[in-house]
Design a protein around this ligand. Sequence first.
Ligand SMILES: Cc1ncc(COP(=O)(O)O)c(C=O)c1O
Length: 390
Amino acid sequence: MRFPDSLQGRRPTWVEVDLNQLESNFLALRRFLPRSVKIIAVVKADAYGHGAVPVGQRLERLGADALAVALPEEALVLRRAGVKSPLLLLNGFWPGQEDEIIQHQLTPVVFRQDMLDSLEKAAARAKRQVVYHLEVNTGISRLGVEWEEASSFLARNAGTVWARCEGVFTHFSLAESIQDGSTETQLERFTRFLEAAEQGGLRTQWRHAANSAGILNFRQSWMDSVRPGLAVFGVNPLPSPQNALALSPVLRFKSQVMQVRVIRSGCSIGYGNAFTATRDSIIATLSVGYADGLMRALSNCGHVLIRGRRAPIAGKISMDLTLVDATEVPSVEVGDEAVLIGKQGNFEIRVEELAGLVQTIPYEILTRIGPRVPRLYLGQDTVMNSRPSH
Ligand SMILES: Cc1ncc(COP(=O)(O)O)c(C=O)c1O
């Protein structure tokens, strides 16, 4: 996409979210899984930086069985935008949020007795049943009732009138590895919990464990539902470059050259004079910085794409500006598109590459792209900017 019309009169730094690619990824997952396996698409943290509303709306239209967010606040944004799908609140809720959960028919995750007690009370007050999923800790030890105690938890609460357990799930700590053995251990514990619960006549409609890596690496973890996030956005959840799904990234991050200068060999540039030219060089200044989510750790090590060439980031990334060595870019000029994440010509910069360079994970690269970067949606009826202008 060339410079978008909707950015006329604004800073030319933007994210393109390709909803048709989102659709292809979701359908690839749908085909990969048996029809009986429900897909709970994870759209927390503003759909991993892609924009929860357009993404959630498209996934709902495509037939996602449920959407998952971290917080009630995130679910309310989706409800207000007309999303009707079941919305799972992965991190539960906090005191005072029970009434909204009931009013908007959200599905909280429960992992403590007092949460269930307060839900039951609020639902009784509203005379409206609330359904919840119980998180079972099988090893990651973030949230969840311990796996040995989870069936007694269910049995103890089987008589609740207003709060009904509709699902049980666990979360893997290392499903991207098939060597490690910890996912098998977690699955075995979860299965033992399920057996104990079923022996007590406690069978729920949703039983789930697999995130994106779990879906690809552990078929036995599919049960009757799965919770993919990263794969839906076309990012490879596994360390190996190839996997069974043909996924492509949904997000592209772009900016423009705003000044070009020639510097002499020996000249240092940017904060801390952290880049010193070893030849006469052409330096292009981009209108993007770490406040937009271009991580400062990429200073002097990342690249951007300009005119189909890879141009190294030169010196320290500033809050709102980035310098690149464009000496090898033919006829670089003000207004040239600079691709920070995405394809241009024969090259591609992927979030997996950036994450590797700065020793983080693709999730962090995606969710750091800041709110002052407008998201443009491709594949809607018209190209639309979902964010208010700043
Ligand atoms: C509880 C839970 N389930 C599922 C997911 C989705 O994981 P992924 O994006 O790796 O598919 C996450 C994401 O972190 C999560 O916290």
